[in-house]
Design a protein. Structure first.
Length: 147
């Protein structure tokens, strides 16, 4: 099972046309919204290596769903803000309103939109699976706050 799991994650992560920082934001955001500490713990260092800053990680981790940046002094680029809003809708509502889709689409090609959707959808599956079965023993562990 672990081998298949790693293959699934690798296919989404490694065969992806979206920028690495956006990919990791989508993964981290879905993990945050699904209370998947394991997913955050695994991907925070990857996100940092992809260029996400501590300030950006704090926004990804602490901003309530559907609110976007809580401050006009956001540390997220417009593209990353659009990606976070997109992740919120895919994760929490499944249905993505056209304006939300369009706000991300202006930064991505058609293929990249497919990859962004597959990333959020795939990692929603991952986080929900890991949490529901308590695969990692962290079901009751809060998602860490970046330092």
């Amino acid at each position: 099972m672990a081998s298949g799991w790693n293959d699934f994650c690798g296919i989404i992560r490694d065969n992806n046309s979206i920028p690495a920082d956006m990919r990791e934001l989508l993964i981290l955001r879905s993990g945050t919204l699904n209370n998947a500490a394991y997913q955050w713990i695994q991907h925070e260092p990857v996100g940092r290596s992809a260029g996400l800053t501590t300030e950006q990680l704090l926004e990804i981790r602490l901003t309530p769903a559907f609110l976007g940046p809580v401050s006009p002094k956001t540390h997220l680029t417009p593209a990353l803000s659009a990606a976070m809003n997109f992740a919120d809708w895919v994760t929490k509502a499944v249905y993505v309103p056209q304006p939300v889709y369009d706000s991300l689409k202006k930064y991505l090609s058609d293929m990249q939109m497919v990859d962004a959707t597959a990333t959020v959808g795939g990692y929603n599956f991952v986080s929900r699976f890991v949490v529901a079965l308590n695969v990692d023993g962290k079901m009751d562990t809060p998602v860490p706050i970046p330092r």
